[in-house]
Structures are given as C-alpha cells and as structure tokens.
Write a protein that binds this ligand. Structure first.
Ligand code: SRM
Ligand code: SF4
Length: 572
C-alpha cells in the first residue's frame, strides 16, 4: 500500500483530485496509483480484485483481476421506475452480478473495469443519480426509514433527510471534473470546504433517520441518529438525537468495539442541520487523526466523555438540546407484502436475499423487476422503487389499477419469495464479503442461503418454524450487515470459521455478545441446538429469542442503548 498516510493523501489531493485522471489513463495496469485508490472512494468507488482467482493469477504471473465497485448516493434508497431502468442498463452493460442493494439503501455495481469506469459513472449520472461521497471520510448515504410514501410523516422525514444529505456533500468540484468533464476553473483544487475542511473527516460518518415504532435503519448503529417524534395525529414534532453508534471492530483488539448510540436530547425540525453540523465539526476537530482504527465518532465520545461532547455540540449549534422524548421501537426488520398508503396507493415489500438482484440459472429477478419498472414507467404512475436498510425492495406508490399487473409479474418472475419464506429467512442479512471485498475473512452473502437452511432445519426440529429470529452474517468484524445487532450472528474469522454472537433484541437496542469463538459450521449448529431447545420449551408468549437468552441468563447483555425512562411504557 501507499507509504503516505490517509491524512497526507487527503491534504495533498487538491480537494480529492490527486492524480486520478492520470491513473485512469494509464494503459499499463488495470489498477490505480496507490494514493488514488484512497481518493476514488470519495467519488463512490473502490478498487477491488476477484479473490476467487487471485492465486490462479499469481501463479500465472498476471496482475490481480482488478475491477471496481461503484456505490450510489441515494438518500433513503429512492429511485423512480425510469431511474431503475437506467441503473439496470448500467448493471447489464458494465458490471458483473447485477444490482446489489446495500445495508444503507444504496446500489452497488461490482466488477467494472478501469477502462469503463468513466462511462459507467456517466451512465449513472445520466439517471440523475450520483455517487459522490458514497464512500470515504465524509458523510455517507443517509439512511431513512424505508417507506416515505406510507404516511405524511414518512414523506416529511424523508425530505429532511434528503436535504441533509445534499447539505453535507463536499464542495469540491473534483467529481464533476473527473467523471463528467466539467471544466477546471480558477479556484479548482482549493474549494472552500466549510464543514469538512481540507482533510475532511478523520473517518467515515453515517447518519440515519428512524420512525418509531420501526427501527429498520438500526438508528443506534449510526454515528448520528435522528428518531422522529410525532404527536398523536402523526404530525412531526422533532427528533431525538442519538450519537456515537458504530459496528466496526478488529478481532483481538479490545480498543475497538461495536457501540450503540446515546440519546442526548431533542431538536425541532428546523434545528436539524445546525445540530448535524455541530456533531460533524466536533468530530472533525477532535476525532483521532493518528489511529484510523480509533477514529470513528464513538471513540471521540468515549475518549472525551458524553457530557463534554454534548456541551461542545450545543456550543457549535448555538442552542441547548431539549430533553429527549419517549419513544418505542418494536422491530428492526422489514414488513413484507402489500400495505396501503395514506393516499390510497399501495406499497409492496419484496424479499431480496442479501440484496443481490441478478439473473442466473433459472432465476430472473433482474428481468422481472425490469418488466415491473417498464409497466410503472409507461403508466407514468408516479411510483417508486425504494431500497430498505435490510437489503430488501419496496415497490412503492402503486396505483390500485396497476396492482394486479404488478402482482402477476411478481409471481411470474419468482419475486414473491417472501410469501413462502419463514421469518428467519425473510429477515436474515449478509454483507457482500467474498469474492469482491478485500477485507473479507470468510464467506457471507454466498453462505447465507445454505446457513439459513441449516438453522431453519434446527428451528423446525424444535417446533419453532415461524420464530421471528433475526440472523446476520458478516465476513469480518467490520460489521457491514450490522451483525452485532443480530439475535444470532456470525462474524467471519477465517475461511469457514466464525465467531458466534447471540442475544441482541430484534429492536436494534441491545448488542449481542460472543457465545462461541472461532468455530466451524458443525460447532455453530451444535451450540445453537440446545439453546433453541430451551427457547422452544421455556419462552414466554411473544418473547424474542435474544430476549429469552438474556432472561434465562444464557448470555449477559452489554448496557442497553436507551435509558429505560425514555421508553414509552415507562414514561411518566
Ligand atoms: Fe461496510 C468497509 C461493504 C455497510 C462498516 N464495507 C467496507 C468495504 C468497502 C470493504 C473495504 O473497505 O475494502 C466493503 C465493500 C464490499 C464489496 O465488495 O462490496 C463494504 N458496507 C458494505 C455494504 C455493501 C454491505 C452490504 O452487504 O450491504 C454496505 C454498504 C453501505 C452503503 O451503501 O453505504 C456496508 N459497513 C456497512 C455498515 C452498516 C451500516 O452502515 O448501516 C457498517 C457498520 C456500521 C459502521 O459503520 O460502524 C459498515 N464497512 C464497515 C467498516 C468498519 C468501519 C469501522 O468503524 O471500523 C469497514 C472497514 C473500514 O472502514 O475500514 C467497511
Ligand atoms: Fe467486507 Fe467485512 Fe464489510 Fe463483510 S463486514 S463487506 S467482509 S468489510
């Protein structure tokens, strides 16, 4: 890797330009110059190589099979049917393995080669979607409760989240110059980054908006979380503010850990941007710029104290936060099938296993969704495709007249897997991992179907077929599928070996804990079998698996994210 630190690379990059143009033009290699590999992340892309054939290429004395992953910035994961069709065309023209829905409501394209990178970026932009700041030490794609069309409240929250995403974009024109041929002008390379400054943030930064009672965005896993508070008529009153969530950790390094956000107060809707700037600039100025492993906001808070952090944010925002309001989360998964919206239109949530939408061996999901997008686009129905933070897909705003047609296509293309799937299979998450992720230690996305089948077989044996257990797999401890919030989770250690984590609460409010370290599949199933047997025999009605494990003393939970007095049922 580069001998320059990430901080130096940012500082010397002329606002994220570096030598990207030269790197892209270099015909000798499929890779970028090392420093440019860091800078391209801010433009929404990662250089990767196909790890399945790494060894084969090495033996053949060939450079690794370099290709690029591209990630969109799609706040709340919203696109129109026309945009869907364009993104589908990008996937089929330039990428491998179709479209991938991420756990932050973005699309990823994998396998784009360097010589086609610019054309791919231009095709994405032609769909009026950008990839700016989708990766890198800046604010990432803003996650928002999944279906804004369902109620006026959702729509309001989504609009605020989208505006905040826009507001938090870097000011540099580098993206437009490099990918969209915008002309360099006086001042190019020294744009004023009013919020970020010349070295941007010490580390990635994530914002999410939840709308109780659903916590589909896992708001306490976000650096900055906003929990919408409404009155009994559904009118938005403001947001509780949560700070310092994050999942990433390193095996064997107790200085790193997953952490749930702390609720520090309440803001009115018109105070949102100021409080976000207060949090982001405090992290900019006090985050660790020496040790990247300790640079996330969660460590800035733990190293300096929550009271100090809150006071600093209030000073910068120019007002004191009000007392946080009570709220209640019941679930952090999705709700599948049709729901009626407030305006008479309907919304269909489909299960997409690990977010991967592609056509292969008798499976034609990409084609099916293309057909549905065409129907909705031709009818000019004002419908939308909405990605969920659980890697699923909502076909939203379907007018009554088109519902039957959509249903027929869903059935024809086998997109109705949510109907037959058990709750375990409907809710399971897996990160991408192999073969593209350079950090993967074990399989995740490719292992999910096989592993859920095996756990389902255990559930069936114990009469727990429809137990709504949340299962998550990550290929390494970075935690891209938010595994530390799974009731059952596997965290990759080595090929075929995982840490088995148990005991989160399916509301995104309690982390799980390590149950078995560095185990293989047979050991995992052996460990699960007796605890599932006890769950089957001893659970209370409606008691979740994670909650049972804690009550039965099988796992000892870390501290809860939400002080008890903030839960609605305990509020005065
Ligand atoms: Fe992630 C790094 C994929 C959501 C924590 N993540 C990566 C990289 C880019 C690997 C790399 O750095 O080389 C992965 C690319 C794999 C590939 O081939 O596509 C990757 N992360 C993903 C996605 C695609 C997983 C998915 O299956 O959906 C998600 C894309 C989200 C998006 O659209 O922006 C994704 N990553 C997350 C989440 C979940 C979330 O944000 O809700 C987390 C945990 C929350 C958090 O940030 O703490 C997450 N990813 C990480 C980390 C650990 C950061 C840390 O604090 O230590 C890394 C590694 C890093 O940054 O050094 C990472
Ligand atoms: Fe890669 Fe690890 Fe993230 Fe999975 S959790 S996508 S293996 S970085």
């Amino acid at each position: 890797m580069s001998s320059h630190s990430v901080e130096d690379i940012k500082q010397q990059s002329a606002r994220l330009r570096g030598t990207l143009l030269e790197s892209l033009a270099n015909p000798v290699t499929g890779a970028l110059d090392e420093d440019d590999q860091t800078l391209i992340k801010y433009h929404g892309s990662y250089q990767q190589d196909d790890r399945d054939i790494r060894e084969e290429r090495r033996l053949a004395k060939l450079e690794p099979a370099y290709a690029f992953m591209i990630r969109t910035r799609t706040p709340g994961g919203v696109v129109t049917p026309a945009q869907w069709l364009k993104l589908d065309a990008v996937a089929t023209t330039f990428a491998e393995r179709g479209l991938r829905i991420t756990t932050r409501q973005a699309f990823q394209f994998h396998g784009v080669i360097k010589t086609e990178l610019k054309a791919t970026m231009q095709a994405i932009n032609a769909a009026l979607i950008d990839t700016l700041a989708a990766c890198g030490d800046v604010n990432r794609n803003v996650a928002v409760a999944a279906n804004p069309l369902q109620s006026q409240l959702h729509a309001q929250v989504h609009a605020q989240a989208a505006a905040l995403s826009e507001f938090m974009l870097p000011n540099t024109r580098a993206y437009y110059e490099i990918w969209l041929d915008e002309e360099r002008v006086a001042g190019s390379g020294s744009e004023d980054e009013a919020v970020y400054g010349p070295t941007y943030l010490p580390r990635k930064f994530k914002i999410g908006f939840a709308i109780p009672p659903y916590n589909d965005v896992d708001v306490f896993a976000q650096d900055l979380g906003f929990i919408a508070i409404a009155d009994t008529d559904g009118q938005l009153l403001g947001y509780n503010v949560s700070v310092g969530g994050g999942m990433g950790a390193t095996h064997g390094d107790p200085e790193t850990y997953p952490r749930l956000g702390d609720v520090i107060g309440f803001v009115a809707p018109d105070q949102l941007a100021q409080v976000a700037v207060g949090v982001v600039t405090t992290q900019r100025d006090f985050g660790n710029r020496v040790l990247r492993k300790r640079a996330r906001l969660k460590y800035t808070i733990d190293d300096n104290g929550l009271d100090w952090f809150k006071a600093e944010v209030e000073r910068r925002a120019g007002f004191a936060l009000s007392t946080a309001r009570p709220f209640d989360f019941v679930h952090n998964g999705d709700r599948f099938g049709w729901v009626e919206g407030a305006d008479g239109r309907a919304h269909l949530t489909l299960r997409i296993v690990a977010g991967r939408i592609w056509d292969r061996e008798g499976l034609t999901h990409l084609t099916g969704l293309r057909e549905i997008a065409r129907v909705l686009d031709d009818a000019d129905a004002d419908a939308q495709f909405r990605l969920t933070p659980n890697q699923n897909l909502v076909i939203a705003g379907v007018p009554a007249a088109l519902r039957e047609r959509v249903d027929a296509l869903v059935a024809q293309y086998g997109l109705d897997t949510h109907v037959a799937a058990t709750p375990l299979k409907r809710n399971a998450l897996a990160c991408v991992a192999l073969p593209t992720c350079g950090l993967a230690m074990a399989e995740a996305e490719r292992y999910l179907p096989e592993f859920t089948d095996k756990v389902q077989a255990l559930l069936d044996t114990h009469g727990l077929r429809d137990a709504p257990i949340h299962l998550r797999i990550s290929g390494c401890p970075n935690g891209c599928s938010r595994p530390y919030l799974g009731e059952i989770a596997l965290v990759g250690k080595a090929p075929g070996r995982y840490n088995l984590m148990l005991g989160a609460d399916h509301r995104g409010q309690r982390l799980n804990t390590l149950f078995r370290e560095n185990v293989v599949e047979a050991q995992i199933l052996d460990a699960l079998d007796p605890v599932l047997a006890r769950y089957a025999g001893e659970r209370y009605a409606e008691e979740g698996f994670g909650d049972f494990l804690v009550r039965a003393g099988i796992v000892v939970p870390p501290k809860p994210a939400i002080p008890l007095q903030l839960r609605t049922e305990n509020a005065a």
